[in-house]
Design a binder for this molecule. Structure first.
Ligand code: F6R
Length: 243
């Protein structure tokens, strides 16, 4: 796409069509959502479609990719709060249909909490569409290098580069949590359709590697190559190193 806004508009239209066709069939739409700066443009477009074109999210169920471990929902940098501010409070989604991994569970409860998250996705009918960003380490969700193709929702340690990239938001690297709970690569690959978004030259190198290197665990986004319905929607700067 010539610009990130055009890409975001195109995906918002696609999601609107998906929701409307599912509504017509009397079935809910299950969306996997991402946080970070990349999907903000998409969320703005979805809010616009809700306001201007009566797109309803009453029958939409959402599952977010990840949450920092140890942050309360009310923390200014929690992904729970991010989603409320960037999308959920602006649309008519039912609060009971919103799911994020619980970053507040004790260590002893992490395993059962992650298993429950996987079970909730299955009980909802599976992810119809998963939206992704990509980190400069090649992470999707918080699946850092070393994550396996069949990994599932779990507690992970954040890469140093990921923590450095988050330092500004947390007013210093020392304040960035060391751990997060993330859907696994296998969880993401179980979605019926996946759309990865990336904007700007800062993502150009990782996009080229994700698309052109053989799939391998040193760059988890490369595992997306094996999915039957994967698209990368990127702007010209993020595409600048593709050969
Ligand atoms: C966010 C997530 C991460 C981000 C990635 C890019 O839920 O799972 O993988 O998508 O770190 O972040 P931004 O968009 O801020 O560059």
């Amino acid at each position: 796409y010539a610009t990130a806004d055009l890409a975001a508009r195109s995906l918002a239209d696609h999601i609107a069509a998906l929701i409307r066709s599912r509504d017509a069939e009397g079935r809910p739409t299950v969306l996997g959502l991402a946080t970070g700066s990349t999907p903000v443009r998409l969320y703005r477009q979805l809010i616009r479609l809700h306001r201007e074109e009566h797109l309803s999210f009453k029958n939409v169920i959402t599952f977010n990719l990840d949450e920092y471990y140890g942050l309360s929902r009310s923390h200014s940098e929690s992904y729970w709060r991010f989603m409320q501010e960037q999308l959920f409070t602006h649309i008519d989604i039912r609060s009971g249909n919103i799911h994020l991994p619980d970053g507040t569970v004790s260590r002893g409860e992490v395993f059962s909490s992650c298993r429950k998250y996987e079970e909730q996705i299955v009980a909802a009918g599976g992810l119809d569409l998963q939206v992704l960003g990509i980190g400069r380490t090649g992470h999707i969700g918080f699946n850092e290098p070393g994550s396996t193709r069949d990994s599932r929702t779990r507690l992970v340690t954040l890469d140093q580069l990921t923590r450095r990239d988050a330092a500004r938001d947390f007013l210093g690297e020392a304040n960035v949590p060391r751990h997060a709970i993330t859907m696994g690569v296998g969880t993401i690959l179980s979605a019926k359709e996946i759309v990865l978004l990336a904007w700007g030259t800062g993502k150009a190198e990782v996009i080229a590697r994700a698309v052109e290197d053989p799939a391998n665990d040193s760059l988890p986004a490369s595992f997306l190559q094996g999915h039957p319905r994967i698209r990368f929607l990127i702007d010209e700067s993020a595409a600048s190193l593709l050969t």
